[in-house]
Ligand binder design. Structure first.
Ligand code: HEC
Length: 400
């Protein structure tokens, strides 16, 4: 019952998470597009009113006329539209998912028994949970300090973006050293996603509140509030595509179980940011195909790094292709405790990922996937069943 409850909660949280994220990111992409598409207002009276830019659009059978005021537009209307719940809901449901997916079973999901760092390889479950939370928090603190120290008055935003890029490579490296591959991808994405939501919570919204309060009091708002909101929201734009990629990476063990997973992750992060840059510039009227081309080039490098080395390598211990009985015997002892219609591993009440290996037929149909996850070391999960290198070599030599 408890496992079912967790599964069901997971299902519903994931639904809400994806919906909130679509709404948030959609709106964020929309506003960046709007901001970059603004043109000088045509009517002189608009310019006199303080309109700084305008955009005409056609959508859903109607015509829209957006106008942006850089500073106080005379009197603010009462029904000002604010955006923050989408960001908060995305973070809260994402964190909830992390808790029930990873933190309930940290020894399986967070710990990286193959880590080069002994302390990480030997973490207990609760230690891994604490380390994961500290990792997330530290990600935000470091990012926030970089912004505050390098470009406090938004004068050195170029240098700041380089610093944030370097920071993300370090995050990718540390996470893949400390945590299991899947968790490393997720936590690297979560560091960026946390920075995005925290930017909204700690800077963008409070800054806007101060601006509105000042305007209502008939004072001139501090321009730094507006500029800082913009700085953080620009960062959020470049985080968006990489975050989505890392969040959907959980089934692609060829990427996250690779020994160079951190390089692969970094390449994807930069590819996402470069592709985003194309759209940002495009809306401002510049077409720069070199950006997405560079993004695709980085993805191809990732493809090349992650590509399996020579299919079904034969090693000393398994130079002859094993027969299905031999494979079946290994799977029976190392996998079937979990991957069965009736798993015997505590905490499992259905075959994980819907994969059951009770029959030889199931083994045959899943062959490619089994070889992949065994070769990458992702399965058996956390090597709970103690699979040996010889057994891995036998699975690798199993012929297609
Ligand atoms: C301790 C339990 C456990 C053992 C033992 C185990 N697995 Fe898994 N396996 C899981 C869980 C949990 C998942 C789901 C993880 C996920 O959502 O990616 C999974 C997922 C998979 C997937 C799907 C991966 C994906 O990304 O879609 C494959 C394939 C797989 N296991 C194969 C194996 C093989 C082959 C073995 C034996 C060598 C094995 N597993 C041993 C728990 C286990």
């Amino acid at each position: 019952m408890q496992a079912y409850l967790l599964d069901f909660t997971n299902f519903m949280l994931r639904w809400l998470h994806v919906i909130a994220a679509i709404a948030w990111i959609g709106e964020s992409i929309y506003f960046v597009m709007l901001d970059n598409s603004l043109r000088q207002p045509k009517a002189a009276e608009d310019r006199e009113k303080g309109v700084f830019g305008e955009m005409w659009a056609v959508h859903g059978g109607g015509f829209y006329h957006n106008q942006k005021y850089a500073s106080a537009p005379g009197k603010l209307p009462e029904d000002l539209h604010w955006s923050f719940w989408k960001a908060y809901t995305t973070w809260l449901t994402g964190f909830g998912l992390f808790v029930i997916l990873y933190m309930v079973n940290p020894s399986f999901y967070l710990v990286n028994p193959g880590s080069d760092w002994a302390w990480a390889a030997n973490m207990s479950g609760w230690q891994a949970n604490v380390v994961a939370l500290v990792f997330l928090l530290a990600g935000w603190v470091v990012y926030n300090e970089l912004c505050k120290r390098i470009s406090p008055d938004m004068q050195r935003d170029g240098l700041l973006s380089i610093a944030v890029a370097v920071m993300m490579v370090v995050v990718a490296y540390l996470s893949s050293q400390i945590f299991s591959g899947r968790a490393a991808f997720l936590l690297t994405g979560a560091v960026m996603a946390t920075a995005m939501s925290a930017n909204v919570f700690f800077w963008i919204i409070p800054g806007q509140r101060r601006m509105v309060t000042a305007m209502k009091a008939g004072e001139t708002p501090n321009p730094l509030d507006g500029k800082r909101g913009k700085q953080r929201s620009v960062h959020n734009t470049y985080f968006t595509l990489p975050v989505v990629l890392l969040m959907i990476s959980n089934h692609y063990s060829f990427a996250y179980s690779h020994e160079l997973a951190w390089v692969i992750m970094s390449l994807f992060i930069f590819a996402g940011a470069l592709i985003r840059q194309y759209f940002v510039l495009m809306h401002a009227g510049h077409r720069r195909p070199a950006y997405p081309a560079a993004g695709v080039a980085l993805i191809l490098v990732a493809f090349w790094i992650a590509a399996p080395v020579g299919g079904g390598q034969a090693t000393d211990t398994a130079s002859v292709a094993p027969d299905i009985e031999e494979v079946h015997a290994i799977v029976e002892t190392r996998c079937v405790t979990c991957h069965s219609r009736e798993p015997t591993q505590p905490g499992f009440n259905a075959p994980p990922a819907g994969m059951a290996y009770d029959t030889r037929e199931q083994l045959q149909t899943q062959q490619a996937k089994i070889k992949e996850v065994v070769a990458s070391g992702y399965m058996p999960l956390g090597n709970m069943t103690g699979m040996t290198d010889e057994e891995r070599a036998i699975i690798a030599a199993w012929e297609e």
